[in-house]
Each structure stands twice: as structure tokens, then as C-alpha cells.
Design a protein around this ligand. Structure first.
Ligand SMILES: [Zn+2]
Length: 109
């Protein structure tokens, strides 16, 4: 599942002409995650600066005050025994290390 804060499915959703940023970011993440998907590929995609960095890039941040910026990114990996969430909170995914939370599933669930 991919989410880039784009609003495209429901009736009344802005078209590419009226909301180019959502369309550019959604098209770019689909392009980057085509083929086999693995964790490092997703992390790299979320730090991507194509069409930016700025409003139109997946990792959003400009160089001027008041520009769009990514505030939260998360990847959830679910296996039979555990759930792992990799995340950035109030940081850009292109800088620093991903934080990680791991939740073990109970044996009786
Ligand atoms: Zn960035």
C-alpha cells in the first residue's frame, strides 16, 4: 500500500492540472517501487528528491521558511511472528537513521 497524501480516487478529487504535486509524487513512488519490493528500496524511495526537494518531491522540504516538509514517514513490516515499524517523526527521511519499534505477536493470537 502506498500513500503520499494524494487525494485522487473520490469524486471531486483535483486533477493533475489543479494538484500537480500529488500526481507527481504518486507517479514517482509507483515508479520507484515497481518490480520486487524490499525494505532498503522503500527507505530510499521515501528519501527521494526527484522534482525537488520541495513541494513536488516525495521527501518534501524546501530551502526557504514556510515551504512544505515531510513530518512523518513510516514503513510497517508484518510477518507471522512480529510487526516492525520503521519511522521518522519530525525529521526528514533523507537525514539520519530510521527509528524502529518491534512488536512480538502473542502465540495464542
Ligand atoms: Zn529530503
Amino acid at each position: 500500500m502506498l500513500r503520499t497524501n494524494s487525494f485522487r480516487i473520490l469524486k471531486g478529487a483535483p486533477d493533475r492540472k489543479n494538484d500537480p504535486s500529488s500526481h507527481l509524487r504518486h507517479e514517482r513512488i509507483k515508479e520507484l517501487l515497481s518490480g520486487k519490493i524490499y525494505l532498503a528500496k522503500i527507505k530510499a524511495a521515501l528519501a527521494d528528491h526527484e522534482n525537488g526537494p520541495g513541494e513536488n518531491s516525495i521527501c518534501r522540504h524546501g530551502r526557504k521558511k514556510g515551504e512544505y516538509k515531510t513530518q512523518y514517514s513510516a514503513i510497517t513490516e508484518i510477518t507471522e511472528k512480529k510487526i516492525t515499524v520503521y519511522y521518522f517523526a519530525n525529521k526528514k527521511p533523507c537525514e539520519g537513521e530510521w527509528e524502529r519499534i518491534e512488536i512480538q505477536k502473542a502465540a495464542n493470537l
